[in-house]
Design a protein around this ligand. Structure first.
Ligand code: PGA
Length: 259
């Protein structure tokens, strides 16, 4: 079983002062044993979060990147600049990037390749819309995004540097969390596809996070699912006490209490 990974996607939230206070709370609390966890601030706050959490083990990552190192891309932030800021992870293919900003599978893959080429780790988000689910296309959509994001990678790259986040679009920011059974079904499909493509040994070591209305009150049950290895959390990651409760649940799941 891979080590659980609890990630807070702050989206376009929090002021500089709020980031400082949050990071101070994480420093004070410390990272529990047996869990990977951290926050994904907006670009403007990356460096201050990295500085505040240096040496603590808490992960600091970016929410997307421009795959080119430099160039005429007004308003964008390059993977090189993110690396320079000290981030260790980058989220790619979040549904808001796909559906609000129109990123295609090919563009998501360019970003993923750039992240790996710069030695950083990546969280690859996949997920179906409500229409796609109701049309019975969940597996096709999710596995298609997974294949597009992972084809041709090595098993070592996958195990060491790639996290998959299953985020049903209909559950993001809606309060409508997938049931553990719904999450487990898709997570099992994702792991089966990874096993078919990269071998079972690789597939068993890859973290598959669930995302979509995860909260301290529902995370423990989700983490009892055998193929749910963590969570990518938006709204409930914006207060440090709530985020720390999520991380604590991840650490407990690792200890086997819930399994
Ligand atoms: P949510 O967002 O937890 O607010 O639903 C999840 C995400 O977008 O990663």
């Amino acid at each position: 079983m891979p080590q659980p990974f609890l990630a807070g996607n702050w989206k376009m939230h929090l002021s500089g002062a709020e980031v400082d206070a949050f990071c101070a709370a994480l420093r004070d609390a410390g990272l529990p044993d047996g869990v990977t966890a951290g926050v994904f601030p907006g670009f403007l706050h990356l460096e201050r979060a990295v500085a505040a959490l240096e040496g603590t083990g808490w992960v600091v990552g970016a929410q997307t990147c421009r795959p080119e190192s430099h160039g005429a891309f007004t308003g964008e932030v390059s993977i090189t600049q993110i690396q320079d800021a000290g981030a260790s992870h980058v989220i790619v293919g979040h549904s808001e990037r796909r559906h609000v900003f129109g990123e295609t599978d090919a563009q998501v893959r360019q970003r993923l390749d750039a992240v790996l080429a710069h030695g950083l780790s990546v969280v690859l988000c996949v997920g179906e819309t409500l229409d796609e689910r109701q049309a019975g296309r969940t597996g096709q959509v999710v596995l298609g995004q997974l294949d597009a994001g992972t084809a041709g990678l090595s098993g070592a790259e996958l195990v060491e540097r790639v996290t998959v986040a299953y985020e049903p679009v209909w559950a993001i920011g809606t309060g409508q969390v997938a049931t553990p059974a719904q999450a487990q079904e898709v997570h099992a499909d994702i792991r089966a596809r990874l096993a078919a493509t990269f071998g079972n040994d690789v597939a068993q070591q890859i973290v598959i996070q669930y995302g979509g209305s995860v909260k301290p009150g529902n995370v423990a049950e989700l983490l009892t699912c055998p193929d749910v290895n963590g969570a990518l959390v938006g709204g409930a990651s914006l207060q440090s006490d709530s985020f720390l409760a999520l991380v604590a649940a991840g650490a407990v799941s690792r200890s086997g209490v819930n399994r």
